[in-house]
Write a protein that binds this ligand. Structure first.
Ligand code: CA
Length: 219
């Protein structure tokens, strides 16, 4: 509104100044003096135009908002996902083959054939998610689940198949019948989730037949 008023005053003021300066006659030849009614008409015109521009700006904003919403709905998702039978848990994909029983080595080959390896857990939350997964699948407590840990290369030095050291103690390894795991030395060199101990980690004989817990990265 102030802009419109200033413009009107500027036009009227300029016409008046030209007349006062002696070049008014030249100005009048080209721009006859505005009749007071004309000034009012110009003001009305500018006010109407301002109102229309505001209305147009509002409509354009609505259109822009619609376009943004449409783009957001049609844009492809960039969130990583897990392929095939694998399920996503945080930043990893797990697949517990509940109907497959194999030795630790055969279970590892089974997982590698699916593009992954036996599962490893770098923190307690990751292990807790895997235990929750096993329980949700209804794995019987007398079943065990192979994970990717072994001390076969050097007795007592438990390593993940990724080459990292396995964590020791709670809450990773179980304490069963007051015996802290791992407890069987050279007799048991492969790591499993022991059903009868709430699927906490135990050492087991690599030749036992247990369920493979496979892991891949989301893609
Ligand atoms: Ca051992």
């Amino acid at each position: 509104m102030r802009v419109v008023a200033a413009f009107v005053w500027a036009v009227a003021g300029a016409a008046w100044a030209l007349e006062e300066g002696g070049v008014g006659s030249l100005y009048d030849q080209h721009f006859p003096p505005l009749h007071p009614n004309c000034t009012q008409s110009l003001t009305d015109l500018l006010l109407r135009q301002e109102s229309q521009l505001r209305e147009s700006a509002g409509i354009l904003k609505e259109i822009l908002s619609e376009i943004k919403g449409s783009l957001a709905r049609t844009a492809p998702s960039t969130e990583a996902s897990c392929s095939g039978t694998f399920r996503k848990f945080g930043g990893t994909c797990l697949y517990l083959a509940k109907d497959v029983k194999k030795t630790w080595d055969a279970a590892r080959t089974f997982c590698q054939d699916l593009g992954g390896d036996l599962a490893v857990f770098r923190d307690a939350n990751a292990l807790a998610e895997a235990i929750g997964y096993a329980k949700a699948l209804g794995i019987p407590r007398n079943n065990n689940v192979w994970v990717g840990g072994t001390d076969r290369a050097a007795e007592g030095k438990w390593k993940w198949v990724s080459g990292e050291d396995m964590p020791r103690g709670t809450p990773f390894w179980g304490i069963y019948n007051d015996i802290r795991q791992p407890n069987t030395g050279r007799g048991e060199n492969c790591a499993l989730l022991f059903g009868n101990d709430g699927f906490l980690i135990h050492d087991g004989q690599c030749g036992w037949n247990s369920l493979p817990l496979c892991q891949t990265k989301p893609t």
